[in-house]
Design a protein around this ligand. Structure first.
Ligand code: FE
Ligand code: FE
Ligand code: MG
Length: 171
């Protein structure tokens, strides 16, 4: 454990930061898998664009899991060792896809990103002025999650508009 590095943390127990990060770590793995499996099963109009976006997001969530795990270790903690823990620790849960249509898949994913934004935003609030290193990392992840929501929402809106125009042209 980095002794001097961790001595700059003030006003919060390191164990509390580790707990917050392990919960986020569980979220990232579940988000990764949700994107992974969505990209495999989704179908419908403009599917290629949706699959490409979901695949990029899956890679981002895995990168977030790596960032969070590395910081947990730097703080002297241990990232969750058993995937069974993910379901106990998660903030945002896991939404198994039930409707594989691209629009429904995008809606599920948008919901997940909105939860991720709320979660990281409240972690950032807790850590502000207490642990600048974790705060900076969480801010970077939060910026990615905001971008994810926007990417999915604009894709969702484009596809919905396209489908509406198609319906009108057939009337
Ligand atoms: Fe993430
Ligand atoms: Fe995300
Ligand atoms: Mg994207």
């Amino acid at each position: 454990m980095a002794v001097r590095g961790n001595s700059i943390i003030k006003g919060i127990e390191i164990s509390e930061i580790i707990n917050l990060l392990n919960k986020a770590y569980a979220d990232e793995w579940l988000a990764y898998y949700q994107y992974f499996i969505e990209s495999k099963v989704t179908k419908g109009i403009m599917k290629d664009a949706v699959v490409a976006e979901l695949t990029l997001h899956a890679a981002d969530e895995l990168r977030h899991a790596t960032m969070v795990a590395d910081r947990i270790i730097q703080l002297g903690g241990t990232p969750l060792l058993n995937p069974q823990e993910w379901f106990k620790q998660t903030n945002c849960g896991y939404d198994a896809p039930t409707n594989f249509d691209v629009v429904a898949i995008l809606q599920d994913s948008i919901k997940g990103e909105q939860c991720a934004i709320s979660t990281y935003s409240s972690i950032a609030d807790i850590l502000k002025d207490k642990d600048i290193i974790t705060y900076n990392m969480v801010s970077q992840i939060l910026a990615d999650e905001v971008e994810h929501e926007e990417d999915l929402q604009s894709l969702h809106d484009d596809i919905s508009e396209f489908v509406d125009d198609l319906k009108k042209s057939m009337q």
